[in-house]
Ligand binder design. Structure first.
Ligand code: ATP
Ligand code: MG
Length: 144
């Protein structure tokens, strides 16, 4: 893995601008793993990326906390948004069809650590750290 981007002390508005730029670089398929504490801003970031990618800033992107997966059928492709916080066993990845999905479509996954040994090496990692009440640091690590 190589560190491709590191951005310090972003306000929410700056995080949105960063998400807009990131949305332009999305691959067709694969795992984008979002790491960070509760309330770090994973959903906030993914919401803006999905809205920006779809060109629809009114699109409702809610946190899939209870159903674990939300699938978006966008004009420019299918996209999965997962929040695995409540997943109790990595084997549930199989039931959810997540591993198959990520070979065909783009999957944003919050709490990827819940995937355990199923976490693929081939992925993009995004870490969001809380650096202040209203400020965040984002680190993006892409496969070399
Ligand atoms: P969870 O692990 O519970 O899913 P999360 O990482 O998805 O948490 P969010 O649900 O996105 O976190 O919540 C982040 C909160 O932090 C939001 O209320 C957002 O408005 C707020 N916030 C404040 N400043 C920022 C910032 N600079 N960037 C992103 N979010 C920020
Ligand atoms: Mg979230």
């Amino acid at each position: 893995m190589i560190a491709s981007m590191l951005t310090h002390h972003l306000t929410e508005a700056e995080l949105f601008s960063f998400a807009d730029e990131f949305a332009k670089t999305l691959p067709k398929a694969g795992l984008i793993a979002l790491w960070g504490d509760l309330g770090a801003g994973k959903t906030t970031f993914v919401r803006r990326v999905i809205q920006s990618f779809s060109g629809n800033f009114e699109l409702i992107v809610s946190s899939p906390t209870f159903n674990l997966i939300q699938i978006y059928e966008l004009p420019n492709g299918e996209l999965w948004h997962c929040d695995l916080y409540r997943m109790t066993c990595p084997d549930e990845c199989l039931e959810l069809g997540l591993l198959e999905a990520m070979s065909d479509v783009l999957c944003f996954v919050e709490w990827p650590e819940r995937m355990g040994a199923y976490l693929p090496k081939n992925r993009t990692d995004i870490r969001i750290n809380i650096t202040g009440d209203q400020s965040r640091e984002i680190i993006i690590l892409k496969d070399a």
